[in-house]
Ligand binder design. Structure first.
Ligand code: ADP
Ligand code: MG
Length: 291
């Protein structure tokens, strides 16, 4: 990991004053921090090297750093630098202080259509850029979409911890992501016997479909008492637009969701088709003007 770092120090406190916790994930704690010389606030993802107990986890962190280094987009979190110590790896990113989309959904219940269009178009901009570089995010969900600041409606995509590089010769394999958002073809890797279907960018399009359903209704399309039940519904794309949440939502919005939540990735809407959908045309044009 030291080979991937911009700087190696004895203690992070030589460079940053570490502050309060912003969130946490599988192997990391993310804290607010101030760069001592610049006196500027950042978000620091702190990973204890010891927690990367196997080769797979280590490789995942290396991939996350390599991918972050390649990215520069107005709707994707910007990397500042990577600092290592003997015990920790610190990924220092721009601070996005507006909180997770996840929390705004809970606060609001659901988004009115114009707001949902504006939000979804911004996420599409980030995904179009990623897919253009053959990067598949593999963990698109409201916890991984952050608002730039408290009063802002501008968002950025974060968390490249599951991201993978796709090529026609070497499509992606393996189980990744989160049950509520995982695509059926990714689920074929559920049993760890390496007999799943290779997959690609379409898996992100599925997650985007789930996301759109959640933004517009405040509910998940797939619900099960047990994970096993939930995953069965996902595998068959069994969901409904319940009257109570959906009666006031336009037919165009529902149609787009229907085109994204398709089991066969070859039949599912692509990025191009999604961007061109009438429900999004205006918001996409506006978002494009902003990037
Ligand atoms: P994991 O891969 O472990 O899920 P994430 O990169 O998603 O880690 O970070 C975990 C949480 O930390 C996020 O859901 C978010 O709440 C917070 N966080 C991450 N990056 C930032 C950032 N740049 N600015 C503010 N908060 C952040
Ligand atoms: Mg995350």
């Amino acid at each position: 990991l030291k080979a991937l770092a911009d700087a190696d120090v004895t203690n992070i406190s030589e460079v940053y004053c570490m502050g309060e916790e912003l969130g946490r994930g599988r192997f990391s704690v993310v804290r607010q921090a101030t760069h001592l010389k610049e006196n500027m606030g950042y978000a620091v993802k702190e990973v204890e090297n010891e927690s990367l107990d196997d080769e797979e986890n280590l490789e995942a962190l290396e991939t996350e750093i390599k991918i972050l280094r390649k990215l520069r987009h107005p709707h994707i979190v910007n990397l500042k630098e990577v600092v290592t110590t003997d015990a920790y790896t610190y990924i220092i990113m721009e601070l996005l202080s507006g909180g997770e989309l996840f929390h705004r959904i809970i606060e609001k219940g659901c988004f009115p259509e114009p707001e949902a269009q504006n939000l979804f178009a911004q996420i599409l901009m980030s995904m179009e850029y990623l897919h253009g570089m053959n990067i598949v995010h593999r963990d698109v969900k409201p916890e991984n979409i952050l608002y730039c600041s408290a009063g802002s409606n501008d968002i950025k995509l974060i968390d490249f911890g599951y991201a993978g590089i796709w090529s026609a010769e070497k499509p992606l394999t393996g189980l990744c992501g989160t049950p509520d958002y995982v695509a059926p073809e990714v689920l074929t890797w559920y049993d760890e016997d390496d007999t799943g279907t290779p997959y690609g960018k379409g898996s992100d399009m599925w997650s985007m479909g789930v996301l759109l359903y959640v933004i517009l209704s405040g509910c998940s399309p797939f619900n099960g008492e047990e994970e096993e039940q939930l995953l069965k519904l996902v595998a068959e794309a069994k969901y409904e637009f319940y009257e109570k949440e959906w009666e006031h939502v336009s037919a165009e919005a529902k149609e787009l969701i229907t085109k994204l939540l398709v089991v066969d990735p070859a039949q599912r809407y692509t990025m191009e088709q999604t961007l061109a959908h009438p429900w999004l045309a205006e918001a996409v044009a506006k978002a494009r003007a902003g990037v």
